[in-house]
Design a protein around this ligand. Structure first.
Ligand code: JFH
Length: 256
C-alpha cells in the first residue's frame, strides 16, 4: 500500500516512522510519502490560507497550493507504479471513521491524505479530485481538533494493522471490538497475564481452569457486561446478529 500525506506540518507525521507503521514501512508493506504543502507556494510568506468568502471566523486553505501538491503526489505515485488512489480528507463534518471503514480503506492500494488546518480547505479542491478518484471525508470522533494530522495518524494505524502480515501471530485483530465473528459489535472484556497474584489481586478462576468452553463463555459474558456498561447502543446492533440462550441469560442478569 502507498500512502501520501500533504500537510503544512510534516514533522507531525514523524510517528509514522515508529512502531507498527514504522515496521510495516521497513518491511516494504507500506510506502509512505509526506509532502510539505508550503513547497507549492511561491510568495515570500509561503501563504497557504486566505479569508473566507462570505465572511466568518478564521481562514480557509487556498486551492492553488493544494492543487499543485496533489498533482505532484499523484504524478509521483503513478510514476512509481501505484494505482487506484483514494483521497482521505479528515474533517469534523465527515463520515464517522469506523472499523468497517478501516477495513474498506485497507483493501485499497493507495491512500492520499489531505489533513488541513485553519477552518479547512476550499471545497473546490475536493470537487476537483472527486472527478478522478473516490474522496472520503472522514471524522474520527465528535470533537473538534485544530487540524487533520492527528486523524491521519489514527486512520493510518487502524488501516495498517489490518494489512496482511503487519500484525505478528502474537497479535491479532480477529477478536477486535467491532470485528466480524461471534464477538461482532461487542467491546472486549478484561485481559490478564502473569503474575497470578499482584498486590493481593488474583485472576478469575475460570481463566486458570483450562476449560476452553467455559473460558469462551466467560469472555463473552464479560464482553456483554462491558458493552452494556459503556456502549448500550451496540447491544441492539449485535441483537440483529442473533443472541443465543446463554446471551439472553447474561443480559437479563445485567438488567437488559
Ligand atoms: N474528527 C475531527 C476531525 C477534525 C478536524 C480535521 C481537519 C481539520 C482542519 C481544520 N480543522 C479545525 C476546524 C475545522 C472545522 C471547524 C468548523 N468550522 C465551522 C465553520 C467552518 C469550519 C472548526 C475547526 C480540522 C479539524 N476535528 N475533529
Amino acid at each position: 500500500m502507498r500512502l501520501d500525506v500533504v500537510t503544512i506540518f510534516p514533522e507531525y507525521l514523524e510517528p509514522l516512522n515508529v512502531s507498527l507503521v514504522g515496521k510495516a514501512r521497513a518491511r516494504g508493506q507500506l510506502d509512505v510519502h509526506v509532502h510539505d504543502l508550503r513547497e507549492w507556494t511561491y510568495d515570500r510568506h509561503n501563504t497557504v490560507d486566505d479569508t473566507p468568502y462570505g465572511g466568518g471566523p478564521g481562514m480557509v486553505m487556498k486551492t492553488e497550493p493544494w492543487g499543485e501538491a496533489l498533482d505532484s503526489a499523484l504524478a509521483d505515485g503513478y510514476e512509481a507504479g501505484a494505482h487506484g488512489p483514494v483521497m482521505v480528507v479528515p474533517t469534523p463534518s465527515g463520515r464517522p471513521f469506523t472499523q468497517e471503514l478501516a477495513v474498506e480503506l485497507s483493501e485499497r492500494p493507495w491512500l492520499i491524505f489531505t489533513p488541513a488546518r485553519y477552518e479547512g480547505i476550499d471545497r473546490r479542491v475536493m470537487d476537483e479530485y472527486a472527478t478522478r478518484m473516490p474522496v472520503y471525508e472522514v471524522s474520527i470522533g465528535d470533537y473538534v481538533l485544530a487540524g487533520g494530522e492527528a486523524a491521519v495518524l489514527v486512520v493510518t494505524e487502524a488501516v495498517a494493522r489490518l494489512l496482511p502480515g503487519v500484525l505478528g501471530n502474537a497479535e491479532s485483530h480477529r477478536d477486535d471490538s467491532f470485528a466480524p465473528g461471534e464477538m461482532a459489535n461487542l467491546l472486549e472484556g478484561p485481559v490478564y497475564t502473569k503474575p497470578p497474584v499482584w498486590r493481593g489481586r488474583d485472576i478469575p478462576e475460570v481463566l486458570l481452569s483450562g476449560h476452553h468452553g467455559k473460558i469462551a463463555r466467560w469472555r463473552r459474558d464479560e464482553a456483554f457486561r462491558r458493552t452494556a456498561q459503556n456502549r448500550p447502543d451496540l447491544i441492539e446492533r449485535c441483537e440483529a446478529a442473533g443472541f443465543d440462550k446463554k446471551d439472553r441469560e447474561i443480559l437479563s442478569v445485567l438488567g437488559w
